[in-house]
Design a binder for this molecule. Structure first.
Ligand SMILES: [Zn+2]
Length: 302
C-alpha cells in the first residue's frame, strides 16, 4: 500500500506524482520573511487545481516536523482537490532542529518517526507515508543531521517506508547514501533530493552506483540552473540506463514561485514546461511514465 493523508491506497491508482513538494509549511521563523509561509490555503488550492489539469494525481509533501508542517491543512487540500497526498515525518537542516535533537540518540529520533508512521501525527489519525525531507548542509553533514539521518534509516528498516532527503545544492549525496545504507536501509527506498542542482554527470553516475534513487526535483527554479540543462543531463542518464532510478518534482518552497505571481509556472513546471523539453529530446512514453508514475509508485509502496 501507499499511505496517504486520507488512508492507504493501492499503488495502481497513484498516477502521475510530484515527489518533492510543500503545500503546508512556515519557514518564516528561520528565513525572516513570509515568502515561505504557506497558510494561504485558498491560493494553494487554486494552484493545485491548475496543476491537476495536466494530469497530476498525487503529490509527496515533504514538510518536516520543524518546517511548520500542518497535516490538517494537507487533509483539507486533499479533500478539496481530489489529490492523493503522502505526508512526511522528519527533521530538516540543523538550523531548523529543536534543541533536543543534538542531545538525542538516533533510536529516539526513530521512535518519533515510527509514531508518526504507525499511529498518527500531532494527535490526529493522519499518518506519514514517507520520512523526509531529512537533510544535510552545504558540503557537510552536521552532528544533528547525522543523528536524524540515522534515525530515519532505522525507522525505514522497521517499516519499509521510504526516506527522501535534501542534499543542499546536490552536495553530500554519496555520504548520505553510505550513511543510510550502513544503517541497513534498502537503497531502492532512498531518494536523494535536489541532485539536478549538482549539474555533474560523473557525480550522478557515482551516486547511482550505490543503488539509490535521485531527485530531479527543483524543476522550474531556473535561477539556479536552466531547465534545458536539466533536460540534457536527464536524457544522458536515461541513455546510461538509469530511467528506473529518477523522480521529478518542483520543490515549490516560496509563494513567489506560484503561477499566480506571473513569473514561474509553480506546481505546473514539470508537466507544462519540462515534459515538452524531454519530448523534444526524443524521450519515449514508456520511460516518461517511469519517471512520473512507476518509479514513485514502487518507491512509496510498503
Ligand atoms: Zn529541500
Amino acid at each position: 500500500m501507499i499511505q496517504t493523508v486520507k488512508g492507504p491506497i493501492n499503488q495502481k491508482i497513484l498516477g502521475i506524482t510530484m515527489c518533492h513538494e510543500h503545500l503546508a509549511m512556515d519557514l518564516s521563523r528561520i528565513r525572516g520573511d513570509d515568502d515561505s509561509d504557506f497558510s494561504c490555503e485558498d491560493t494553494i488550492i487554486e494552484e493545485i487545481r491548475a496543476m491537476m489539469k495536466y494530469g497530476v494525481k498525487s503529490l509527496v509533501e515533504v514538510t518536516t516536523n520543524d518546517m511548520g508542517r500542518d497535516v490538517k491543512q494537507l487533509f483539507r487540500i486533499s479533500e478539496a482537490c481530489g489529490l492523493n497526498i503522502v505526508c512526511s515525518t522528519g527533521f530538516y537542516l540543523e538550523q531548523y532542529h529543536p534543541k533536543s535533537i543534538a542531545e538525542s540518540e538516533p533510536k529516539q529520533i526513530c521512535d518519533i518517526f515510527l509514531h508518526d508512521i504507525q499511529l498518527g501525527i500531532a494527535g490526529t489519525e493522519i499518518k506519514a507515508g514517507i520520512i523526509g525531507e531529512v537533510a544535510s548542509s552545504m558540503n557537510e553533514i552536521t552532528k544533528g543531521e547525522e543523528i536524524v539521518l540515522k534515525g530515519a534509516a532505522k525507522a525505514s528498516v522497521v517499516t519499509a517506508v521510504a526516506v527522501t532527503t535534501h542534499c543542499h545544492f546536490g552536495t553530500m549525496a554519496i555520504e548520505q547514501a553510505r550513511l543510510l545504507v550502513n544503517e541497513g536501509m534498502n537503497p531502492d527506498k532512498i531518494i536523494l533530493g535536489h541532485l539536478d542542482l549538482a549539474d555533474d554527470r560523473d557525480y550522478y553516475a557515482e551516486v547511482l552506483k550505490t543503488g539509490v534513487n535521485i531527485g530531479f526535483d527543483t524543476i522550474g527554479k531556473t535561477s539556479y540552473l536552466s531547465d534545458e540543462k536539466r533536460a540534457d543531463n536527464l536524457m544522458w542518464l536515461i541513455d546510461k540506463g538509469y530511467e528506473d532510478k529518477i523522480i521529478l518534482s518542483q520543490d515549490i518552497s516560496r509563494k513567489s514561485y506560484f503561477s499566480c505571481k506571473g513569473t514561474h509556472s509553480g506546481y505546473m513546471s514539470v508537466m507544462k514546461d519540462f515534459v515538452p523539453l524531454l519530448l523534444n529530446r526524443g524521450i519515449n512514453q514508456e520511460i516518461l511514465n517511469k519517471l512520473l508514475q512507476n518509479n514513485p509508485a514502487r518507491i512509496l509502496n510498503f
